[in-house]
Design a protein around this ligand. Structure first.
Ligand SMILES: Nc1ncnc2c1ncn2[C@@H]1O[C@H](COP(=O)(O)OP(=O)(O)O)[C@@H](O)[C@H]1O
Ligand SMILES: [Mg+2]
Length: 459
């Protein structure tokens, strides 16, 4: 470290202050100390710190209200200085309240030193860049810097700018957006732009793991841990060591597994099933979901503490219909890809075909656009593609309905109509209908709910 960063350690426990001080100076930081609220406020007012480490559980106030009051005071004095909270494991709620007030991260006692240093490093790195003017720099971010990610819309460029900024840090990232918007593509770009790029990128679909298999899948097991455990097995976290774990569909994770995930993200430590021995890994977590985790948290089906653990950085990927200008670029890209993959002659789109693509609502987003283009190219006889080629490549009836509804009603009505038509086409089969629509089954369920469509389930 070239210039020492100054960190204020706020804790009323002498032993904690000295051990943290020792840890931080060994890591090249310049620790300062304060033990009483008055002292803390005075220090914060007088000195410029790069970071403040604040214990929320002062012994004189069990409720932690004093910690919250202090935090508010600190933030009002120095809104740009990152504050990392320390709480007891039992009072993570306090940390969550603190995060809502603007704290930058939290650790729970007893903390893992490596993890704590990483959090400090990340919070400082992010705070320095927080004031960078995103809009101006977004113009400078070019999608050419991101092989495989196509688009020029400023909404997408802003996403790419955030990717650039956060990739080199260890910060956990939450990517939200509708199905097919490119969440996985973005997660892998963050990995490729990070110092972890030469280590594994391990993807886990959390929606697909039954609660009963969560631990063996994520943490692994020792030979003999259960009847079928014929040999030792490494879990996903172990395989992702030094790399990135991509926690896809995190909104579909059962409550019972959420607490287990929280623990490992918190401490980076876990045990294989049937093994007493703890393993420590160095893994960066990127999560994705098409669900609204804040609503789920309000409804009690997603742990709030887990939400704050995973979303230090939140990237919202806009649906394709909000970046219509990118549709022609994406279409060109998918045509090039398909002609290469299937060794077919190059095809061009007529202006009218491009216009047609731009006028559709794409509930399945980029994935749906890619599927339709591929299907059309494979079926088209001529080298010139017209909108009628797209329409004929789709199941009879569907497009005619789509256009009719488009003329008659709103996007919402059109979506409802398309869903009903697709379900009818597949005799109510959910998996097939979802696949055809280019969306996940979970999204299909939600859309049915949204449109008040009641149907007996047929997988
Ligand atoms: N901006 C983009 N440029 C090129 N391809 C994209 C883009 N966004 C999405 N895709 C492609 O669309 C498909 C769906 O993307 P994916 O990342 O799996 O979406 P999600 O995880 O949000 O459902 C993938 O084939 C992906 O490569
Ligand atoms: Mg996905």
């Amino acid at each position: 470290m070239t210039t020492s960063r100054r960190i204020l350690i706020c804790d009323d426990d002498d032993a904690v202050r000295s051990s943290l001080g020792f840890l931080l100076s060994k890591a090249g930081y310049l620790p300062n100390f304060a033990s009483k609220p008055d002292d803390i406020i005075r220090h914060v007012g007088e000195t410029t710190f790069d970071l403040i480490l604040l214990d929320m559980n002062f012994s004189m106030s069990i409720s932690g209200e004093e910690g919250i009051a202090l935090l508010k005071h600190i933030i009002s004095l120095k809104p740009d200085v990152p504050v990392v909270l320390i709480t007891a494991w039992g009072s993570v709620e306090l940390a969550v309240r603190g995060m809502k007030l603007g704290a930058s991260d939290f650790v729970t006692k007893p903390w893992n030193n490596v993890q704590l240093l990483k959090i400090i490093e990340t919070s400082i790195a992010l705070s320095g860049k927080r004031d960078a003017h995103t809009r101006v720099s977004a113009v400078r971010t070019r999608s050419q810097d991101f092989p495989g990610i196509i688009g020029e819309d400023h909404k997408l460029l802003e996403v790419l700018e955030v990717i650039k900024r956060v990739s080199p840090t260890h910060a956990p990232v939450l990517i939200t957006g509708e199905s097919g918007t490119g969440k996985e593509l973005i997660a892998s770009a963050i990995h490729r732009f990070s110092g972890r790029k030469d280590n594994p990128f391990v993807k886990v679909n959390l929606g697909g793991i039954p609660a009963s298999l969560f631990e063996s899948e994520m943490f692994g097991y020792k030979k003999g841990a259960f009847t079928d455990a014929k040999s030792d097995h490494r879990g996903r976290f172990e395989r992702a060591n030094r790399g990135t774990i991509f926690l896809d569909e995190i909104g579909d994770l059962h409550l019972a597994s959420q607490v287990k995930l929280l623990r490992v993200l918190q401490d980076q430590t876990f045990e294989r099933l049937g093994d007493q021995h703890s393993l420590t890994v160095d893994v960066r977590a990127i999560s994705a979901t098409n669900r609204d985790l804040y609503s789920l948290a309000c409804a009690g089906s997603f742990r709030e503490d887990l939400l704050y653990r995973i979303n230090l950085i939140h990237i919202e990927v806009p649906p394709l219909r909000q970046r219509v200008g990118d549709i022609p670029l994406l279409a060109g890209y998918f045509i090039d890809q398909a002609t290469t993959t299937y060794s077919i002659a190059t095809k061009t789109l007529t202006g009218e075909a491009t216009e047609w693509l731009c006028s559709q609502s794409w509930p399945g987003n980029v994935r749906e656009l890619r599927n339709i283009i591929e299907r059309t190219l494979l079926l088209a006889k001529s080298d010139v593609i017209r909108s009628s080629d797209f329409i004929t490549a789709l199941p009879a009836g569907k497009m005619a309905d789509m256009q009719q509804t488009a003329a008659a009603g709103t996007l919402d009505e059109m979506e409802k109509h398309l869903i009903l038509e697709t379900l009818r086409e597949f005799g109510g089969n959910f998996s097939k209908s979802a696949e055809k629509l280019g969306i996940s089954r979970a999204t299909l369920y939600r859309k049915l709910e949204k449109h008040g469509i009641q149907i007996s389930r047929n997988e």
